[in-house]
Design a protein around this ligand. Structure first.
Ligand code: SF4
Length: 118
């Protein structure tokens, strides 16, 4: 596995990042903080009153998605080292394709339980 690091900042033409993370993955840290990806700061925190579903459908991640779609990146996405730049139009096309695929082939969540007790 190799990683590319992107030092290029957004331009008027390529004003967004080629990043599907806020639609397809999530990071939950040991303290319950919820992040859209590795480099971005938390967009919420799990608690007795706040579920993961609340955060995945909440205003913070919706705003992050909107910014990626519109090419109005927040400071962290603008300086993201892990995703290349692209145009909002190309990004929206790519996202539509991935969302359509996800609807036709929903992920199967498999729970692997050890036969050993901890
Ligand atoms: S910081 Fe980078 S990886 Fe995270 S959501 Fe923004 S563009 Fe995507």
């Amino acid at each position: 596995m190799s990683f590319k690091f992107y030092a290029v900042t957004p331009s008027s033409e390529k004003s967004t990042r080629d990043c599907l993370d806020p639609w397809f993955m999530i990071y939950v840290t040991a303290d319950g903080s919820v992040k859209p990806c590795c480099p971005h700061s938390a967009i919420g925190a799990l608690s007795h009153d706040v579920s993961l579903s609340d955060i995945l459908d909440g205003p913070s991640i919706r705003e992050l998605r909107r910014r990626l779609l519109e090419g109005e990146l927040d400071a962290e996405c603008a300086s993201c080292p892990t995703r290349s730049l692209t145009t909002p139009e190309a990004f929206r096309r790519k996202l539509r394709i991935h969302l359509a695929r996800a609807r036709h082939h929903p992920a199967t969540i498999q729970s692997k339980q050890s036969s050993k007790s901890l």
